[in-house]
Design a binder for this molecule. Structure first.
Ligand code: TRP
Ligand code: SF4
Length: 405
């Protein structure tokens, strides 16, 4: 299908409000979002409905974390002037699109999504044999498609959900992409370009469709791009009529794969709430220091004089994130020769983490002190998001035959 998008791409991503954010989120997701907000038209949202699919028995959890999460985002440098920030359930259009897409979603597609069975097994203490949980990836598809996002930054674990999103978009476009009177409308649109251009357009179309002439297609694209007087919808029709692809109502988004978070936790495993090895973004300095001081080290270093090997030590993983080359060389040498003590070694990590967290903590405090401001930012974001969502939904309703009178 022809890509009509000459504007910067649109990015959409969401996060479930099921716990406090930690350094793993910062290094794995938020730093990436901060970078993207300068390059793309970004939409970032709190996926509160998604949280309910697994936390429906403890509804208080969601409300408790929504605002804290947004404060963390803002404190980490997400800028509401650059990115549209909103809350999923405040844009109820997501639910309507989810419903409409459910009409065309084969059950097997959902049952085959790997996270469906995996998560049910991992979260055995919760009953996830629910309709909502099965539909999770379809709700996610609606989140993405309703904004016509071109790029979705997610980690490896979400790639299958994006694959489903693409399949749903393809199926939708296949079923509803052709307007009943598409051909007449395309002819009419061609006439609006003026006699000469219309004739040229039809010639080029014939050359492409009958002789497979790619150059003719390119020339035709340039012709269409250079037409100031036709509407966006007409331009889309003319592109579609040209290559026989009809209209792409819901564009298929691409995955922007976020490199798997390399942020190690306090025990050397990946930092994650479920391992209880996290450092929270707003934890007080004394607490951060205590956590790092009590981190396990190379078990070979029982006494100060025992030499160690950084490769057997989780503190070393944190040096990879927070220390420069020189410090790392000092650690390697000092650890192996027992020239430095572990507390001495950890002091550098403590300082590095603190240097990163101090400004975040400080910015968060300003937002904590002004909850009305945070709420206003979200009211504004939700309204902007709704505008986009409403526009897509109106096209979808019409394509699915629901705008009858
Ligand atoms: N499922 C995502 C996660 O667990 C969160 C999410 C919901 C999302 N909707 C989305 C991410 C749409 C990207 C796009 O992390
Ligand atoms: Fe770990 Fe540093 Fe102690 Fe070596 S000196 S064991 S790297 S904390």
């Amino acid at each position: 299908m022809v890509n009509l998008n000459t504007q910067p791409g649109r990015v959409l991503s969401g996060m479930r409000p099921t716990g406090r954010l930690h350094l793993g989120h910062y290094h794995g997701v938020l730093k990436n979002w901060v970078r993207l907000q300068n390059e793309y038209d970004c939409f970032f949202f709190v996926a509160d409905w998604h949280a309910l699919t697994t936390h429906y028995e403890t509804p208080g959890v969601v409300g408790e974390h929504v605002w804290e999460m947004i404060i963390d985002w803002l404190a980490c440098g997400i800028n509401p002037k650059l990115a549209c920030l909103f809350i999923q359930s405040r844009v109820p259009e997501h639910a309507e699109l989810h419903l409409l897409l459910s009409m065309i979603t084969p059950l097997g597609w959902l049952e085959r999504v790997p996270t469906y069975k995996d998560q049910q097994e991992q979260l055995r203490d919760r009953d996830l044999a629910t309709y909502g949980f099965l539909g999770y990836p379809l709700l996610q598809s609606a989140d993405v498609l309703i904004y016509k996002a071109t790029e979705v930054p997610v980690g490896e674990d979400q790639v299958a959900h994006l694959e489903l999103t693409r399949e749903i978009a393809r199926r939708f476009n296949h079923l509803y992409g052709v307007e009943p009177d598409f051909e007449e409308k395309a002819q009419e649109a061609a006439r609006k370009m003026g006699k000469k251009n219309a004739r040229l357009y039809h010639q080029l179309r014939r050359r492409y469709q009958q002789d497979g002439d790619r150059e003719a297609l390119e020339v035709a694209h340039a012709l269409l791009d250079g037409q100031p007087n036709i509407t966006v919808a007409d331009r889309e029709r003319l592109f579609g009529y040209l290559d026989g692809s009809s209209r792409e109502l819901l564009p298929e988004p691409d995955v922007l794969l976020t490199p798997t978070a390399k942020m190690p936790g306090l025990d050397g495993r990946k930092m994650s709430k479920s391992y209880q090895n996290t450092i929270g973004l707003r934890e007080p300095p004394e607490e951060v220091e205590r956590k790092i001081r009590t981190m396990p080290t190379d078990p070979a270093r029982v006494r100060r004089n025992d030499p160690g090997d950084p490769r057997n030590c989780p503190v070393w993983s944190l040096h990879q994130v927070y220390s420069d080359e020189e410090t790392r060389a000092w650690v390697e040498e000092g650890c192996r020769s027992a020239g430095i003590g572990c507390l001495e070694c950890k002091r550098h990590v403590i300082a590095g983490v603190e240097a990163e967290l101090a400004p975040i903590r400080e910015r968060a405090q300003a937002y904590e002190a002004d909850p009305e401001h945070v709420r206003a930012v979200l009211v504004d974001g939700c309204e902007r998001a709704r505008e986009q969502a409403r526009a897509t939904l109106s096209e979808v309703r019409s394509a699915m035959g629901l705008e009858y009178r």
